[in-house]
Design a protein around this ligand. Structure first.
Ligand code: ADP
Ligand code: 5GP
Length: 193
């Protein structure tokens, strides 16, 4: 198996889709210069405004499966049916070799999987919306998904919420400003630890 030779500090953010992790991660990247986002690969098409190599490496299904065969992933998941997402060894190893703290935005199983590989080098944070109803409202308010995709994401949310206890920290995202401030404190402690 291809295991990463170079490792460094990492912060993992996971949550059911719509909880607010992308919003919080963007805020933190603007606050802490040592943090760098790990750009994942995925098999889905870009949404309007998404840029290849910035938001994701958009590989398509065939390209993604080829990378699986090449053992190129630190971790990958079929997060939703026929929708693959994963972190390429080469992407994170380059950032670690530059001394960066790598920030991951991955699904809940991916977060648990990467944490088990990186141990104390990684801080795992589960972002939690105040309720399932609010989660759905946020997902709809983002206006990025079809009804079918919203149903698929909500169906998975309950299972994901049941795994929150496996994370180092559960970050409540009720009021966004409070959640960002709390996240800043948690990360400051981790970086100084
Ligand atoms: P995720 O990355 O977890 O799928 P996003 O960061 O895309 O979630 O957030 C989903 C939607 O909810 C976005 O439209 C975002 O602006 C909104 N949002 C995020 N946090 C809050 C919050 N605390 N209160 C209300 N809306 C929020
Ligand atoms: P979206 O399609 O909304 O961008 O992402 C869907 C889900 O895939 C989110 O929960 C996101 O965190 C997750 N995801 C993104 N990149 C990765 C990755 O590299 N690995 C895993 N396991 N999940 C990922």
């Amino acid at each position: 198996m291809n295991t990463s030779k170079i490792t460094g500090k990492s912060i993992l953010f996971s949550a059911p889709s719509g909880a607010g992790k992308t919003t919080i991660v963007r805020h933190l990247l603007g606050k802490f210069p040592s943090l760098v986002f790990s750009i994942s690969a995925c098999s889905r098409e870009p949404r309007t405004g998404e840029v290849n190599g910035k938001d994701y490496h958009f590989l398509g299904i065939e390209g993604f499966k080829k990378k699986i065969e090449e053992d190129a992933f630190l971790e990958w998941e079929e997060v939703y049916k026929d929708n693959f997402y994963g972190t390429l060894h080469e992407v994170v190893e380059k950032l670690w070799s530059e001394g960066k703290v790598v920030v991951f935005d991955v699904d809940v199983l991916g977060g648990i999987n990467i944490k088990s590989k990186l141990g104390d080098q990684a801080l795992s944070i589960f972002v939690q919306a105040p309720s399932i109803g609010e989660l759905e409202r946020r997902l709809r308010s983002r206006s990025t998904e079809t009804e079918e995709k919203i149903q698929m994401r909500m169906a998975r949310a309950e299972e994901e919420l049941a795994l929150a206890y496996k994370f180092d920290v559960i970050l409540e995202n009720d009021n966004l400003e409070n959640a960002c401030a709390k996240a800043e404190d948690i990360i400051t402690n981790f970086l100084n630890g």
